[in-house]
Design a protein around this ligand. Structure first.
Ligand code: GLP
Length: 260
């Protein structure tokens, strides 16, 4: 695992965008795993800027979103399909038919979850999965105690996550209780995980995910089981890391031949 501590959220965004830019430049048909929430927004803005400047193109890329609410009417402004269109996929040149979102409105949700897993396999697997992290250590919507071997399935949100996400809804009671999310096992099959976090509210979760025991009580700690993980965080999110100095020194002295 590589932990990269950047001075602020703006630098985190550029660093994260550089990683995706390098992937797309070497593999234009790459399969991206996208995340919602505020954490990746800076990365998306930077990628949009590069796409508008015609230095980067997503026209051959495919994308799979991590998760979606169950029970929101199609086009609901807080749905993750609308969110990702507004904040990223609708503002770059990716083919809309190549953007996959778990179907939270399917009549047969279980079959839709199996179908989503199959679509990821049919696309050749995910090259790079972008991840945010919840304050309780959730990734996607894999809440604490999610199986570390889980696949795409229905989950029930914790009161904490419903309250954290209430800001996207007119009324907090509107936040769905149920969601569809890629599982931890699904996420771990992506070839590269890029976890982004900013701000003091994420410091505890980041310390647990990076340095704590691997435990379903902090689903993000499963990244320790993956052979290629890049954690890009600002100083505030790094505040509770025991080995922060080691990560800074390692990054500063990184040999040119070492891949990112
Ligand atoms: C939601 C999303 C997660 C995201 C988390 C944190 O629960 N399902 O993918 O990581 O929020 O969001 P934020 O980045 O806004 O703190």
């Amino acid at each position: 695992m590589e932990v990269v501590i950047q001075p602020d959220a703006a630098a985190v965004a550029v660093f994260g965008a550089d990683i995706i830019d390098r992937l797309i430049s070497t593999k234009p048909g790459a399969v991206l795993g996208l995340a919602t929430g505020s954490s990746p927004l800076g990365v998306y803005d930077e990628l949009i800027r590069r796409c508008v400047a015609s230095t980067l193109s997503f026209e051959d890329a495919t994308a799979f979103l991590l998760d979606e609410y169950i029970g929101l009417p199609p086009g609901h402004p807080a749905s993750y399909r609308v969110f990702i269109e507004q904040h990223f996929t609708g503002r770059v040149d990716i083919d809309a038919s190549h953007v996959h979102v778990p179907d939270g409105a399917a009549d047969d949700i279980v079959a839709a979850c199996h179908d989503y897993e199959q679509r990821i396999r049919d696309a050749g697997g995910i090259d790079l999965q972008l991840l945010g992290i919840g304050a309780d250590g959730h990734v996607g919507f894999n809440e604490p105690t999610s199986s570390l071997a889980s696949r795409t399935r229905v989950k029930t949100l914790t009161p904490q996550t419903r309250s954290d996400n209430a800001r996207f809804f007119d009324n907090p009671d509107e936040v769905p209780h149920h969601v569809v999310t890629q599982g931890i096992g699904t996420i771990l099959e992506a070839r590269h995980l890029l976890l982004i976090a900013n701000g003091a509210s994420k410091a505890g979760a980041i310390a647990k995910a990076v340095e704590g025991p691997v435990t379903s009580m902090c689903p993000a700690s499963a990244i320790q089981l993956h052979p290629h993980v890049t954690v890009v965080i600002d100083e505030a999110a790094a505040a509770e890391l025991t080995l922060a100095e080691y990560y800074r020194d390692t990054f500063a002295g990184k040999p040119l031949w070492q891949s990112s």
